[in-house]
Design a binder for this molecule. Structure first.
Ligand code: ATR
Length: 286
């Protein structure tokens, strides 16, 4: 850490539209407090029209921010407007973490890393598998597919209601990423060791169709990237089959680590206390 960072107030943001429901300020300010840093992390709202000028003021230093997170709907625009997108961002076409170095706007995407760190922490050895199922083909699905591919998972099956969207992702990532419509779910699930839900299935109160969890291998893991509620309808089904499950809250916490380290110069820890803080907030918003 350099000297000026110790004395000067370091400011970071999360920008989105709308932004008021973001839990990122709670997470980063918890770390600022517990590490005793002279820092601040705040929510910033920018419409899609305003977003380019928001980034311009970050780049030229006039915003006073060291960097920040980007959330819906600006992740794709951030990837396009960054001066130095890393290879994760280039491949995904979406960025969630920004910082400035020598007047240049750098971008990375930490969602995939958060996904992997959560599973590594909660389900040691989960990656000793031949194939994985990713249900859904939206923005969140992309980060999961990229992460699984980079971890070296042999076969990745993307299954989506709209098969064309799954196909777009298979084309983007190539090789061992295969696209299917929902009708193939039974077949591709057979013998698989990991099932990842990236859809909002069941969240709108409509019943969730019975998923073929009996076809997974006996030691399989089921995880969800949705974390409200903590035990989603998909995880509930998996538990009924006695399968191992990991909730999505850890992904939210772990994806925040690299950005914090970049802006504030200290690597923060994902602790039980932090998880409980976010859980208490979720309970308060029921
Ligand atoms: P995100 O960027 O958060 O991943 P998204 O782009 O809106 O969100 O994608 C949502 C995903 O959930 C999509 O894969 C969507 O399927 P379609 O591509 O067919 O729309 C999936 N999804 C949402 N509701 C669903 C439902 N009731 N049944 C099956 N899939 C559903």
């Amino acid at each position: 850490m350099n000297d000026s960072r110790e004395t000067r107030l370091t400011k970071a943001f999360v920008v989105g539209y709308p932004i008021k429901h973001s839990r990122s300020p709670m997470i980063h300010n918890f770390w600022i407090r517990t590490l005793g840093l002279n820092g601040m992390y705040e929510a910033a709202e920018a419409t899609p029209d305003d977003f380019p000028s928001f980034l311009a003021s970050l780049r030229d230093g006039s915003s006073g921010y060291t960097g920040g997170n980007v959330t819906i709907p600006h992740k794709e625009a951030a990837a396009k407007l960054a001066d130095v997108p890393d290879d994760l961002v280039e491949e995904l076409g979406a960025a969630n973490t920004l910082w400035v170095e020598e007047g240049k706007l750098h971008a990375t995407n930490t969602d995939g890393l958060g996904f992997l760190a959560n599973l590594d922490e909660q389900a040691d050895g989960w990656d000793k598998i031949e194939s994985a199922i990713v249900l859904g083909a939206g923005g969140a699905s992309r980060s999961v597919i990229q992460a699984l591919k980079r971890r070296g998972i042999g076969e990745i099956h993307v299954v989506n209601r709209t098969a064309d969207r799954a196909r777009e992702l298979a084309d983007r990532f190539g090789g061992n990423v295969h696209a299917h419509g929902l009708e193939a779910l039974n077949e591709v699930t057979t013998g698989s060791g990991l099932f990842v839900n990236t859809t909002s299935l069941g969240m709108d109160g409509t019943p969730v169709p019975k998923l073929p969890f009996d076809k997974l291998n006996g030691n399989a893991l089921v995880t969800d990237i949705v974390y409200v509620p903590l035990v989603t309808p998909v995880l509930q089904q998996a538990r009924r089959y006695g399968l191992r499950t990991v909730d999505g809250l850890g992904m939210l916490l772990h994806q925040a680590v690299p950005g914090f380290e970049k802006w504030f110069g200290r690597k923060p820890a994902v602790t039980r206390e932090l998880r409980d803080l976010v859980l208490a907030d979720m309970a308060g918003h029921k």
